[in-house]
Ligand binder design. Structure first.
Ligand SMILES: Cc1ncc(COP(=O)(O)O)c(C=O)c1O
Length: 373
């Protein structure tokens, strides 16, 4: 066996031993409390028909884009969709990337230079961390949602300063004090970047996100909206100034050196946004969240949030895994989130609420949670 194969075997054996081995599985469980399809768009027949109908309006469209956006992969419809989405979000401009991961890596790695400073909440998503790591900028983190620690770091920051937060944290579902963070950024001349992956479709009027809900559009340097969650599609957009868009086209390597998404993907994104405009789903999903709060009612280590992500906390991998197994045996698709995705001792089960979860399913799930001990 080569030394590389030996290395791989050893690392996998370590994961098996500490119970944190990751495996792919396609869920067949009937009740989805796991996916990010908060509004049910990914499974919507109505949306599917709308997408198929819109595609028929294209006299010529290809199955694949054939290249990078800078070569043969661009399409007038993609640019039109970018403008349409930017308008919906009250932003000057937008640039679509193939995924949220690509958007975050491309934005951060291209924008922050040697001598600049990135200050991020300690719980930001891996894609934001990876983008920051690709820079030569100084990097600091601040304790989760702790604005006084943020201010301490702002005081020592040099060069162009970038503050990175999420509007809904993906592992806890909680919402940061964004107005206060924006005020601090203003005070210290820092550029605020907000990842709205889990807020789009769920927070703000017509699901426009937290930044718009708080009227902070003018105080934010860039927003990242991902399409793989409430929109039920795939891809992401970076919203910001016209110059930021031009800059990313020139310098964001995850935008430049990759094949563009096929046109049917872009059509799906536009149709999903049209659905957000037609119906204010925010009020409907808020009902599900409120129902969950009422019934869980401070039970044990549960944290409730205003977002669609709720958590049950455990202090070990084994406890979290045994509990998710019990809930899965009852037909609920819930998954334990284990270390190293979350810190050791902070393992949890993440419960994602959806519009398609009936009130009865939510109440029954909570009954099972209360039987977990
Ligand atoms: C906060 C956050 N940002 C970005 C991403 C990446 O988005 P995508 O799945 O489109 O790559 C995710 C998804 O896991 C996320 O939770």
């Amino acid at each position: 066996m080569s030394t590389a194969e030996e290395f791989i075997k050893l690392r996998l054996a370590q994961r098996i031993e500490n119970g944190s081995i990751r495996k792919l599985s396609a869920s067949t469980l009937p009740v989805d409390f796991c996916s990010n399809d908060y509004l049910g768009f990914a499974r919507s027949d109505e949306l599917k028909k709308h997408i198929e109908g819109t595609l028929q309006d294209f006299t010529t469209y290809q199955n694949g884009s054939g290249g990078s956006r800078l070569l043969s992969g661009n399409h007038f419809f993609t640019e039109e969709t970018e403008q349409f989405i930017a308008h919906f979000h009250n932003a000057e401009s937008g640039l679509i990337f193939n995924s949220g991961y690509d958007a975050n890596v491309g934005l951060l790695s291209s924008i922050a230079q040697r001598g600049d400073t990135i200050i991020s909440d300690e719980l930001i998503h891996a894609s934001l961390i990876d983008g920051s790591r690709l820079t030569h900028a100084n990097r600091y983190t601040f304790k989760h949602n702790d604005t006084s620690q943020l201010e301490t770091k702002l005081k020592i920051a040099k060069g162009n300063i970038y503050v990175i937060v999420e509007s809904v944290y993906s592992m806890d579902g909680d919402i940061p004090p964004l107005t206060e963070i924006a005020q601090l950024c203003n005070l210290y001349d820092a550029n605020l970047i907000v990842d709205e992956a889990h807020a789009l479709g769920v927070l703000g009027n017509h699901g426009k996100g937290l930044v718009q809900h708080l009227d902070l559009e003018q105080q934010v340097f860039a927003r990242v909206m991902t399409f793989g969650k409430a929109l039920g599609c795939h891809g992401a957009i970076v919203l910001g100034s016209v110059n930021l868009r031009k800059y990313l086209i020139n310098f964001a390597r995850s935008f430049i050196y990759t094949t563009a998404a096929p046109i049917h993907n872009i059509v799906a994104i536009k149709c999903a946004y049209q659905r957000l405009i037609e119906t204010n789903h925010t009020l409907l999903i808020a009902h599900k969240i409120k129902l969950y709060h009422q019934h869980i009612n401070g039970f044990l280590e549960t944290t409730t949030t205003e977002s669609a992500i709720q958590t049950l906390r455990f202090n070990s991998t084994n406890h979290a895994k045994a509990s998710d197994q019990k809930l899965q045996n009852k037909g609920y698709d819930v998954r334990a989130i284990l270390s190293p995705t979350v810190p050791k001792g902070k393992e949890r089960i993440r419960i994602c609420l959806h519009l398609f979860n009936s009130d009865e399913q939510i109440i029954d799930l909570i009954k099972e949670i209360k039987n977990l001990q």
